[in-house]
Write a protein that binds this ligand. Structure first.
Ligand SMILES: [Zn+2]
Length: 161
């Protein structure tokens, strides 16, 4: 048996804030699948229920649901980050509205792109727009942690069977 790999399945090797977008480089650990599976997506939908309805430019349709069961995990991460940003932004807006602040002009739709930099080496680039950079960074962290928890559970299960 090879020693258990304790490195996270996915890591954000760099995270750069630009004026209109945040760009992350996602590094896959060597033994981590590059692509999603219906089982993994089912578990993600339990916590990120809106990703299926996201607008998404892909070769099969206009929704993320059209590709989510068989797409790169970096693309899944992109939509999880957007979903987390929407959720965090809505919570902040509700709090602001309760304090009497006018939030009607606030933007709460986000867009993103994902591309492989080097698929063989497991390096992808994810870019998402943001309204608040701290919210976006927190969303990246939350989404990556959640995806890693699922991938680690999957790996230890297949090692047992
Ligand atoms: Zn997409």
């Amino acid at each position: 048996m090879p020693p258990h790999n304790t490195a996270a399945p996915l890591s954000l090797s760099s995270l750069t804030v630009y004026a209109s977008r945040i760009q992350a480089e996602v590094q896959f650990a060597p033994d981590v699948p590059r692509m999603s599976s219906p089982e993994l997506i089912r578990q993600i939908l339990a916590k990120y229920p809106h990703i299926a309805d996201h607008a998404c430019v892909n070769e099969y349709g206009e929704r993320f649901a059209d590709v989510m069961n068989h797409t790169s995990l970096a693309h899944v991460l992109e939509h999880m980050v957007i979903d987390a940003q929407v959720r965090m932004t809505q919570q902040a807006l509700e709090q602001a509205a309760q304090q009497g602040i006018d939030v009607s002009q606030h933007k709460d739709t986000f867009v993103g792109t994902t591309e492989w930099i080097n698929k063989a080496a497991g390096v992808a680039r994810v870019q998402v727009s943001f309204a608040d950079d701290l919210v976006a960074l927190a969303a990246f962290r939350q989404a990556t942690d959640f995806l890693n928890d699922l991938l680690q559970a999957e790996t230890s299960e297949s090692a047992r069977s």
